[in-house]
Design a binder for this molecule. Structure first.
Ligand code: SAH
Ligand code: SF4
Ligand code: F3S
Length: 453
């Protein structure tokens, strides 16, 4: 079969990264081989994110950059096709085809298993093709029913396994329930199969993924519904050689007793939890439809710390949600101080078309959002620096995932998810090693190798 080059550019969250890997695996049997450059690609695919306005705008500027390559290749023996996949494709498929009529295929996150068929149809008829959520039979059949069972592990030693898709929470600021669709959980059996394949290829760390990963309610081997806690216990028991387990992203509302117990009893469950809170003000949390209060959030943090004393926390925050006053914002700052997050992602509220918050009257002016974002980032960075400084002198196991700029520098992650750099003459990518932490910066650590495991 003639080899065709496949260029994929991925935007957004880990779910999109996972989806891009699956798209490459899906197209491999059709002769597509990944390339880093769109120049001579037979297919250029943008896997898009719709979460904030800026993320969406990037799609159009990237399409503009792809266009000359496509035009140059037209009429040659290797004409380029352009596909737009992901959340913006789902939310704004028609707009994409209007603004960028040279796009050949638009397909939403639940429809990418249709790509081989769409590519064939486009090649045959040279007409545009779209496959979005409304046009699939999801969730009666999910895309997972159509994807190849085989996974190809990367050399980084870490891999994602998507266990849950979609979201039923409808936070008033968020587009995800509209772009990814309703919650759907994969069966435990399927997840064990996928995990086994990755471990057989030398993977040490598995991160379970879902838009709302702890709302997981997949079918267990006993035919009953299993929650995330139970699944974690099963994976840890089933794969005694697995070194690290993580899961993301969680919602505070769905943290249950079994999940807290998992953190207490499963040693390989890493001691970092990403638990987005969004705001420290109960008034704003209610307006966001978050289904948790500040007190509920703090109680979960407390319960988890009791279960596993070395637990650290990361979070997402939105500043400048409609009607957020200085007093509401001050409560967000005080929550950061109370919890002392080891990391956090901070965002300025971006109104998303079709979401309830976007039409609220009291939108916060941009200059105030900017000021609050800056204050919050300063505070978050101070906590992150303090956390990193507190790690100096500790010996931890690091999974090395990448090479640094210098060929003898290797970059990895600590159990708490901190980035760390060491020097080594022996290649370390994809391996775990003991490292003594010697230096802390605000966003990263440095250490010396003590033992290769
Ligand atoms: N499922 C996860 C995260 C989804 S999106 C959760 O429930 O927390 C990732 C983050 O983007 C969110 O946690 C939120 O902080 C941010 N975000 C989502 N919509 C946004 C918007 N309209 N404006 C600014 N930030 C937003
Ligand atoms: Fe969006 Fe809320 Fe669902 Fe997270 S829980 S994906 S923020 S609607
Ligand atoms: Fe973006 Fe879709 Fe993920 S909107 S954050 S790519 S779920």
């Amino acid at each position: 079969m003639a080899q065709k080059k496949l260029y994929i550019k991925t935007f957004g969250c880990q779910m999109n990264t996972y989806d891009s890997d699956r798209i490459a695996e899906l197209l491999a049997p059709h002769g597509y081989v990944l390339t880093d450059s769109p120049t001579d690609a037979s297919l250029s695919l943008l896997n898009t994110c719709h979460i904030r306005e800026k993320a969406t705008e990037k799609v159009f500027s990237d399409l503009g950059r792809l266009r000359p390559f496509k035009e140059e290749s037209a009429g040659s023996s290797n004409p380029m096709l352009i596909a737009v996949a992901g959340c913006t494709a789902q939310a704004e498929g028609a707009e994409i085809l209007r603004r960028a009529p040279y796009v050949d295929i638009v397909l939403g996150p639940q429809a990418y298993h249709k790509l081989p068929q769409l590519l064939e149809e486009v090649a045959r008829k040279t007409s545009q093709k779209t496959a979005r959520l409304t046009e699939t039979s999801f969730p009666l059949h999910s895309k997972f029913d159509f994807l190849p069972l085989e996974r190809t592990a990367s050399s980084t030693g870490a891999a994602y396994v998507s266990i849950q898709e979609g979201c039923d929470k409808f936070c008033t600021f968020c587009c995800v329930p509209y772009t990814r669709g309703a919650e759907y959980s994969r069966s435990v059996k399927e997840l064990i199969m996928e995990t086994r394949q990755l471990l057989d290829q030398g993977i040490h760390e598995i991160t379970l993924l879902g838009q709302n990963v702890n709302a997981y309610h997949g079918e267990g081997p006993d035919g009953k519904e299993w929650g995330l806690g139970r699944l974690l216990f099963k994976l840890a028991e089933h794969f005694p050689h697995l070194k690290r387990l993580r899961y993301t992203t969680s919602h505070p509302h769905d943290v249950d007793g079994e999940l807290i117990k998992a953190h207490k009893d499963i040693e390989i469950l890493m001691p970092l939890l990403h638990l987005p809170v969004q705001s420290g003000s109960d008034k704003i949390l209610a307006a966001m439809n978050r289904k948790h209060t500040r007190a509920m959030y703090l109680k979960i943090i407390d319960d988890l710390k009791k279960a596993r004393p070395d637990m650290s926390f990361s979070s997402d925050f939105i500043v400048g949600f409609p009607e957020e006053t200085d007093e509401d914002f001050a409560q967000t700052l005080s929550l950061v101080t109370e919890v002392g997050f080891s990391q956090a992602y901070t965002f300025s509220y971006s109104p998303r078309p079709g979401t309830p918050a976007s039409i609220l009257a009291d939108q916060v002016p941009e200059n105030i959002k900017k000021k609050r974002l800056h204050l919050l980032q300063e505070l978050v960075e101070a906590h992150q620096t303090a956390f990193n400084e507190g790690s100096v002198g500790q010996s931890v196991e690091v999974l090395f995932e990448r090479q640094g700029k210098d060929p003898h520098h290797f970059l990895g992650k600590t159990p708490h998810g901190q980035s760390i750099k060491v020097s080594s003459q022996i290649p370390l990518i994809g391996t775990c090693a003991m490292v003594k932490i010697t230096k802390a910066m605000p966003r990263a650590l440095e250490g010396i190798l003590t033992k290769i495991s």
